[in-house]
Design a protein around this ligand. Sequence first.
Ligand code: GTR
Length: 388
Amino acid sequence: CLVMLFVLTKSYGQNDEADVPPYTLPEILKTADGKPVKKITEWEKKRRPELLTLFEDNIYGQMPKSYDHISYKITNEIANAMNGKAHLKEVLITVEKDNKMVAINLILFTPNNGKKNSPVFLLINNRGKENTDPTRKTISEFWPAEMAIDSGYAIAAFHVSDAAPDNKDTYQKGVLQLYPEQLTADNGMKAIGAWGWAASRVMDYFKTDAAIDFDKVNLVGHSRGGKAALWAAAQDQRFAMVFSSCSGNTGAALARRQYKPAETIRAINTTFPHWFNNNYKQYNDKANALPVDQHMLISLIAPRPVYTTSATKDLWADPVGSYQSIIESQKVYALYGKKSALTPTPPPPNTPIIHSVLGYHNREGIHNMTAYDWGNFIRFANFHYFRR
Ligand code: GTR
């Protein structure tokens, strides 16, 4: 009977929390040479660039910014899509450098609601292309375009495979063709960096589209896409807001928290050697040696609003460790005078924290991004943009 009880609690993970060894996070508000960071200028001029470089060198790789030429070609346009509610544009974004090129296909619906321009949700799509079907024959909760349009938002998506195929043997066949030097550098860009880079090229396009309210671009990603979304927004401050769903290890979850059921740095580097730079492999089983932890990645997005999610059955992505990380990042938001409404301990399942610069919910269910999640993303954006 006792054995039974043990097996039961083990399988439900109830003892796993008690098993987490104590850990100490690196300090956000202290420079590498030990000086306290007390003012926004000290953060922006010294500590923030320092952290960005540490993330580039040790985890995500460089983010090359230069290219020779970018062009946009509308490949399909339907002014009265979704029974007239929306305007569809498919845009081929072509970027050239040193006679090499990469092409990103963007799918964009803007609302036909008489407004001059609209805020937009941009999804980094890491799942099947059918999730973002421009014909709307397939309608998926992963990218609920009708819901966004009905709420007055434009909605867009590109697929990760255009930027870097999600495969250890072929990830080079995309953005990295423009930057071959990255392939041999230990701190070189890999797939997650390339997906983030592509999101920034979509930003370049949005700047030219009068139907988009350029100051209100929300970047959305789920899981591996959620890792890329955080990294892209840390790098590119033109993104106004970020939604990172179940991003877990090397996303929102703290690396130092050794929560048994969750993914580790070794596991992620072994299964997905093409996601992060070569240097990151040195931290397999050595999270404590990292000069950063993931709360610092969220902090790099401050003072812009960030919303993260977990799912109750998604222990692989460590819901508690993901919450801890936004709690820790509050220090940097506080520098900007922004106080969040986060509660000290994680809220109960299905209890979203919306009216706050840092938002969060733990959805009941499995690793996924659903209409429930998007409903809260829209509420969070409504609060920040329109105070409604
Ligand atoms: C898992 C991986 C996670 C997460 C997830 C996903 O296999 O271990 O880090 O990225 O895939 O993208 O759904």
